[in-house]
Design a protein around this ligand. Structure first.
Ligand code: IPE
Ligand code: IPE
Ligand code: MG
Length: 252
């Protein structure tokens, strides 16, 4: 992996420091800190979001290159609608732009893009692009990029509960047959394994309503680095640390 040479130099690592046979299959990222990145430079918050979108492209490509199978990114939460209309509008424009140009930044055309969250509330223009991009990339066999849009874990669990209740009321499911698998199958992430590693840049140490159910045994990694400053070496820092952890899943 010659493209890693520079990063190993920056970090003073040896090749053997990373075990490519023990990579996290699924990495989740809370892409946080765009606003503060812009504020530090006396720029509008929207500029921070634009820089953050660039980081997403770089990190997606890199994760694909090193062999990560799933990358789930928190792009817009169910609570982010509370922000001023001008910021929400800027985020929606950026999203539209990102989707329209997806072909140019999906890492060697191998990345498959999927969306999790309630997208029914978005503009038709955005819904059309989500449809186009997910169909366009549906046969790609590389990294699966799940973008969380209007995503909230509590809303997701309510959504699953309603689906189950409906099946019970229609006689398709018995109450006694409801188990963790049935609930899991009702989530937006039904087809994706639980995240192994969750990364939060931007300095906050909270989940902010992201993947509550799915992260029961996920390893968390935080950094003060703001998302627009987040680079490949930070992903490797996180993976390096992850590989040193002892995951017991309640066992010994
Ligand atoms: C994350 O950056 C992007 C979204 C939530 C859409 P923020 O906009 O939350 O940036 P900070 O946390 O205010 O710096
Ligand atoms: C979480 O970041 C949501 C996204 C990154 C999309 P927030 O900035 O919304 O989270 P809080 O408000 O700091 O908890
Ligand atoms: Mg934030």
């Amino acid at each position: 992996m010659s493209f890693l040479k520079n990063i190993f130099k920056i970090r003073n690592w040896k090749k053997s420091d990373i075990d490519y046979n023990k990579l996290p299959a699924h990495i989740a990222i809370i892409m946080d800190g765009n606003g503060r990145w812009a504020k530090k430079r006396a720029l509008p918050r929207s500029v921070g979001h634009r820089e953050g979108a660039k980081t997403l492209k770089e990190i997606t490509t890199f994760c694909g290159e090193i062999g990560i199978k799933y990358l789930t990114v928190y792009a817009f939460s169910t609570e982010n609608w509370k922000r001023p209309k001008s910021e929400v509008d800027a985020l929606m424009n950026l999203l539209l732009d990102y989707l329209k140009n997806a072909e140019t930044h999906i890492g060697g055309k191998s990345v498959r893009i999927q969306v999790i969250g309630d997208v029914s509330v978005f503009d038709d223009k955005i819904k059309k692009e989500i449809d186009r991009v997910t169909k366009l990339t549906s046969k790609n066999t590389g990294l699966i990029l799940n973008i969380a849009l209007n995503y909230g874990s509590r809303a997701e669990i309510v959504h699953a509960a309603k689906k189950i209740a409906k099946e019970v009321s229609e006689g398709k499911l018995k109450v006694d047959d409801i188990d963790e698998k049935v609930l899991n199958d009702g989530l937006y992430t039904a087809m994706i394994p639980d995240p192994d590693l969750l990364i939060r840049p931007g300095g906050e140490k909270r989940l902010s309503n992201f993947l509550l159910w799915q992260s029961a045994y996920t390893e968390f990694w935080y950094t003060d680095v703001l998302w627009p400053d987040f680079k490949k070496e930070h992903i490797l820092d996180a993976i390096f640390e992850y590989q040193k952890r002892n995951r017991r899943f309640g066992g010994i």
